[in-house]
Design a protein around this ligand. Structure first.
Ligand code: SF4
Ligand code: SF4
Ligand code: FES
Length: 358
């Protein structure tokens, strides 16, 4: 049960209420304060790595990370001033020493892939103020068809590792070494397909730099058409995961999970995440077919519907269990609904199934 909002504190001169156990960041968010973050994903346990979310608290000697510091009654917090902006900009300049701000990070890489670039723009980080060693080595040898492991862009926020453990419960990836030798890796530094990875894509979608990227969507990166996102529900199973379908000029180029989807909170399975090529596949039937002399041949809708109606009527001459309908998980939900409606009303049987049954 949610705890009551029965405590008071002050944020940027405004008195606000909060519930025991909330962090300063959560209270500030609810009160429309904009605090920059890089290692934060509100579906995960706060980690406190990037320090971008620092705020000033009256009576505290140094700024504190708002994502890990609990709010307390009477606290007086400042979320934005020139000192904090300077502090955040310096942190971002350190990040930029590994990731050039002018690098082209396609939004097709992943849902959160623009977070770092957007912060560079917001804080006016335009070039590398600091030079030095770089951490993270990309894995171009990983030839899996789904996930690009471009660790040259990694900032060690560990969101990928944490989402894999906390959301997916898979623990397929981890952190190896420390400092400039830090590397996101699988067990024994192998390929993802040889690990416990289920290719759910959650690490890709939470990565704030595009270091982990959607290989299937990136096939369309050169297409100059703008990306359009359409909110929908994945039809593969009965869970009802919310997705944003990305299209360019009417062609599906990728799927991104909806972090605010009530059923999935940003999670998808490998099919919902990556199996969309069938939509535009050249083998896909575009006209009805009927069987003539044992062979399927193209037909008009009128002819095909007549043949189907004849077949259903013939089946009705037997008992009601002579018919069994199977709907496709790749058809829209509305088609599945109509299939069961038709077979129940017309043939009087509950013998109907779908791989979307979940
Ligand atoms: S790969 Fe991405 S999500 Fe993982 S630690 Fe690096 S920057 Fe963070
Ligand atoms: S795709 Fe899913 S299972 Fe595989 S490493 Fe990423 S989060 Fe873990
Ligand atoms: S968001 Fe708080 S430390 Fe990174």
């Amino acid at each position: 049960m949610n705890k009551p909002l029965d405590q008071r504190m002050t944020i940027d001169g405004q008195e606000v209420i909060f519930a025991e156990g909330e962090t300063i960041y959560a209270v500030a968010q609810r009160n429309a304060r904009s605090i920059p973050t890089l290692c934060y994903d509100d579906r995960l346990e706060a980690f406190g790595a990037c320090r971008l979310c620092v705020v000033e608290v009256e009576g505290y000697r140094n700024p504190v990370a708002s994502c890990t510091t609990p709010a307390s009654a009477g606290m007086v917090v400042t979320t934005k001033n020139a000192t904090l902006d300077k502090h955040r900009k310096t942190l971002l300049e350190l990040v930029a020493s590994e990731n050039p701000p002018d690098a082209d990070v396609s939004p097709l890489r992943g849902k959160a892939s623009q977070e770092m670039t957007e912060l560079f723009t917001e804080y006016g980080v335009t070039g590398a103020r600091f030079e030095g060693k770089k951490s993270g080595t990309s894995r171009p040898d990983d030839d899996n068809p789904f996930i690009l492991r471009d660790y040259d862009r990694c900032i060690s926020c560990y969101r990928c590792v944490r989402v894999c453990a906390e959301q997916e419960g898979d623990f397929a990836i981890s952190v190896m070494n420390r400092g400039f030798s830090t590397q996101i890796t699988t067990e024994f530094s192998g390929l993802l397909k040889d690990s416990d990875c289920t290719f759910c894509g959650q690490c890709v979608q939470t990565c704030p730099t595009g270091a982990l990227a959607d290989k299937k969507a990136l096939r369309f990166a050169e297409d100059p058409a703008p990306v359009k996102k359409t909110r929908s529900v994945c039809g593969y199973c009965g869970v009802g995961c919310s997705v944003d379908i990305m299209t360019k000029g009417g062609r599906i180029v990728g799927i991104q999970p909806a972090f605010d989807g009530p059923a999935n909170e940003g999670a998808l399975c490998v099919k919902g995440q990556f199996a969309f090529d069938f939509v535009h596949h050249t083998d896909r039937l575009t006209t009805p077919h009927v069987r003539k002399e044992g062979k399927l041949v193209p037909a008009s809708w009128e002819e095909a519907l007549d043949v189907a109606a004849e077949g259903f009527l013939k089946a009705k001459n037997h008992d009601r269990y002579a018919t069994y309908a199977i709907a496709s998980g790749r058809a829209p939900s509305e088609s599945s609904y109509l299939t069961q409606k038709f077979i129940r009303a017309n043939n009087g049987t509950h013998y109907v199934d779908n791989c979307s049954r979940g």
